[in-house]
Write a protein that binds this ligand. Structure first.
Ligand code: XMP
Length: 326
């Protein structure tokens, strides 16, 4: 049975030296727990699952089987980064599942936010289950559970958890970062050699762009959202806001307005920028982005992204607006 209570004597991991000591200890523990058996991990590319993957690769190499499910709702470049970092650079045993059509077909015509979330969660479990059944001799399931997950809930994550697996597919858990806080997971991730951008990336909801492509998702609007989001992230990076603003993204609603482009009527969707600061996501304030930068981002998005003809900036703090629009 795992110990799920952080001892009061446990020092906060803030330096590379402390992270290295944690890594050495975990490598030993993981080897002792797993022996020569195989471990399965759902690798989303988020901070927690990436750090767990890197730790397990260090401890048991190819005995770890990572499954990356591309559900079509990831940000631009993310699935490619997972393959590059874990398969190409860390030589991991990585199963890449292109499930884009499956998810988008299931979501077609579904406008209700909670229904969309449920479909994405359930389909994720189904895809993961299918991959798990294809693998021979798996004894353990690794998860990126972190300490706040244990404190705040019953220890499982909303969408990333694979706790919904059927009874005949239950594994013993390996949760090496379960006693760590997020900032410690990041320090450990850097010590393990993961790219800075992966370790310090902003929070991203499990259902991904699915909660930002508002209403019923269509492929063309989802593409427009992904491209506009990539421009926003690029500009925040270039202008020193990436490390400063807690969360920033674009939402695209499913209505069009009239515009004009190249002298012709151009109907398009609005791209709504949201950039918030918070410590716990329970309340949030709005980042004051310089107007010149807002103008520049607006010019780029309207010029470069097919289907977008306006850019809006959401000034609403939480409460009363939640961080996500759905
Ligand atoms: P809200 O919109 O409730 O968001 O103010 C608070 C934080 O939670 C994230 N979020 C989610 N994360 N699954 C997740 O894993 C979800 O369904 C989900 N919905 C919102 C949101 O991005 C913000 O950081």
């Amino acid at each position: 049975m795992q110990n799920n209570v952080r001892p009061e004597s446990m020092e906060r991991i803030t330096t590379k030296a402390l992270a290295d000591a944690f890594i050495d200890e975990q490598v030993k523990e993981i080897r002792a727990q797993v022996g020569d058996k195989k471990v399965l991990l759902a690798l989303s590319g988020g901070v927690d699952s990436s750090v767990v993957a890197a730790l397990l690769i260090k401890a048991i190499g190819k005995q770890l089987v990572c499954v990356h499910v591309n559900h079509g709702l990831l940000r631009k470049g993310e699935p490619e980064q997972v393959v590059k970092v874990f398969r190409d650079e860390m030589d991991a045993n990585l199963v890449y599942v292109d499930a884009v059509d499956r998810f988008l077909d299931k979501l077609a015509g579904v406008a209700e936010p909670e229904k969309k979330r449920k479909i994405i969660g359930a389909e994720f479990i189904r895809v993961f289950e299918e991959e798990a059944r294809k693998q021979e001799g798996i004894s353990f399931l690794a998860q990126g559970t972190i300490y706040p997950d244990i404190l705040e809930s019953d220890g499982v994550k909303a969408h990333h958890n694979v706790g919904g697996l059927p009874d005949d597919l239950q594994f013993e858990l390996v949760e090496p970062v379960r006693l760590l806080f997020k900032d410690e997971v990041r320090v450990v991730g850097e010590a393990l050699g993961l790219p800075h951008g992966m370790v310090y990336r902003q929070p991203f909801p499990g259902p991904g762009l699915g909660v930002r492509c508002l209403g019923a998702i269509t492929r063309d609007r989802l593409n427009a959202l992904r491209e506009a989001d990539a421009i926003l992230r690029e500009e925040f990076d270039k202008n020193g806001l990436a490390g400063k603003v807690w969360q920033y993204f674009i939402s695209v609603p499913d209505f069009k307005s009239v515009g004009v482009k190249d002298g012709k009527r151009y109907e398009g969707w609005p791209a709504i920028i949201r950039a918030v600061n918070t410590t716990d996501a329970m309340t949030a304030t709005i980042e004051e982005i310089p107007y010149t930068l807002l103008h520049h981002i607006t010019a780029r998005i309207t010029a470069e992204v097919a289907g977008i003809n306006r850019v809006l900036y959401d000034l609403t703090p939480k409460p009363v607006g939640t961080i996500e629009w759905e």
